[in-house]
Design a protein around this ligand. Structure first.
Ligand code: DP6
Length: 328
C-alpha cells in the first residue's frame, strides 16, 4: 500500500476556459498559491474482483435498493470513508488508466480531504494530484514533478499546479507548469460561507462561458496581461499590486458567468457582503484582498506576517480555514 499527501491550490490569476479540451490547453495562463493546511491524504493498493464484490455487498446491506449505483465498478474509491458510486469511481478510474496497462490492475483508493469537498474550495486540485502521486508510487513510475503535473492536468487542469509551491504557474502558450519565485510570504484565509456542493462544476461553468459569454474574448485578452503583470509584481515583491490584481482578475473571471447565455453566478448575497467587508478592512489599513472560484466562498489573500491578526478578525464573523503556503 502507498500513502501520499497533496495540497490544494488557489489561483490568484485564474484558469478559466479551455482552448483545446482534448490536449488540455487552457484559454488562460494561471498562477496559484499551494496551501499547507488544505490537503488530501490518499492511500492506494491493488485489489481483486473478490474485494470489489465484498465491498459492494457490504454497501448494499447497509443501504438497500442501491444495487444499481455500484454496477460495473472496476475499482473501489472511498472518499472520506464512504464508498463512491460507479459514476464517481469511473472518473477516478480514468485517472488511474493514465498509469496502468489495463483495467485488470484493479485498485482501492481511500482519500480524505481536510476541507469540504466540491464547494469551490479547491479540494479537486489536492484530490486529483494526490491520486496522481499515489499512482506514481504504486505503479513505480518515478516520474518527475513536472511530468506528474503534465499528467495531472488531464484529470483536472488546476490540479497540475499542486505539484509546485509555494507559488505555481501554468503557461497556456508553452504548456509548462513551474514554480514562480518571490520573496513575499503569502497566505490565505478561506471564509467558508457555504459548504454545499457547487451547482455548476468549474468544468461545465467554464465551458458554458467559453461558448456563450459575450465577454469571454476580452477576458482571455486581459488575462494574458494579468499573467505577465502578476509575475512582474511577484518578482518585485509588491504585495499591494499583487493583491489588487488578484481581485481584479477574479472579478473579470466572474464577469464571464454574468455575460454567459444563460447568465449565472457562483456568488450569493454573503459573497457580496464579504467583498465589501474586505474592502472596508483595507480602507482601515489592513492588508487583505479577496478572490473567489466556482463557488460562493471567499478566499482572503494576505501576508504570512498578518495571518494571525487577520484570522482573529475574520474568525469572529466567519468559519475560517487559515493556511500558509507550502514549499514543495
Ligand atoms: C475557478 O481545474 O476544476 O478554480 O480542468 O475542467 O477539471 P477542469 O477544471 P478545474 O477548474 C478550476 C477553475 C478555478 C480557477 C483556477 O483554479 O485557476
Amino acid at each position: 500500500m502507498v500513502k501520499v499527501k497533496s495540497y490544494a491550490n488557489i489561483a490568484i490569476v485564474k484558469y478559466w476556459g479551455k482552448k483545446d479540451a482534448e490536449k488540455m490547453i487552457p484559454a488562460t495562463s494561471s498562477i496559484s498559491l499551494t496551501l499547507n493546511d488544505m490537503f488530501t491524504e490518499t492511500e492506494m493498493e491493488f485489489i481483486n474482483d473478490e474485494d470489489i464484490k465484498i465491498a459492494v455487498e457490504k454497501e448494499i446491506k447497509k443501504n438497500r435498493n442501491c444495487e444499481d449505483k455500484f454496477l460495473g465498478m472496476t475499482d473501489l474509491f472511498y472518499l472520506n470513508g464512504e464508498l463512491q458510486d460507479s459514476v464517481h469511481t469511473e472518473k477516478i478510474s480514468k485517472v488511474v488508466d493514465l498509469f496502468r496497462e489495463n483495467r485488470n490492475q484493479k485498485v482501492k483508493i481511500s482519500t480524505t480531504n481536510n476541507m469540504p469537498t466540491a464547494a469551490g474550495l479547491s479540494s479537486s486540485s489536492s484530490g486529483l494530484s494526490a491520486v496522481i502521486k499515489a499512482c506514481n508510487e504504486l505503479f513505480e513510475k518515478n516520474y518527475t514533478q513536472s511530468e506528474l503535473a503534465q499528467i495531472s492536468k488531464f484529470g483536472s487542469g488546476s490540479s497540475s499546479r499542486s505539484f509546485f509551491g509555494p507559488i505555481a504557474a501554468w503557461d497556456k502558450d508553452t504548456g509548462e507548469i513551474y514554480e514562480v519565485k518571490t520573496n513575499l510570504k503569502l497566505a490565505m484565509i478561506v471564509l467558508v460561507l457555504n459548504e454545499n456542493k457547487k451547482k455548476i462544476s468549474s468544468r461545465n461553468g467554464m465551458e458554458l462561458c467559453a461558448k456563450t459569454s459575450t465577454y469571454f474574448d476580452e477576458w482571455v485578452k486581459q488575462s494574458e496581461i494579468d499573467f505577465i503583470n502578476m509575475k512582474k509584481y511577484l518578482a518585485e515583491n509588491d504585495f499591494e499590486k499583487v493583491g489588487t490584481l488578484t481581485e481584479e482578475n477574479a472579478l473579470r473571471m466572474h464577469k464571464t458567468t454574468e455575460t454567459a447565455n444563460p447568465p449565472f453566478s457562483y456568488f450569493n448575497e454573503k459573497t457580496y457582503e464579504t467583498m465589501d467587508f474586505i474592502k472596508n478592512l483595507r480602507n482601515n489599513g489592513e492588508k487583505c484582498y479577496f478572490t473567489m472560484d466556482a463557488g460562493p466562498n471567499v478566499k482572503v489573500l494576505c501576508l504570512e506576517e498578518d495571518l494571525e491578526k487577520l484570522a482573529g478578525i475574520f474568525g469572529e464573523k466567519y468559519k475560517i480555514i487559515v493556511s500558509k503556503t507550502v514549499k514543495l
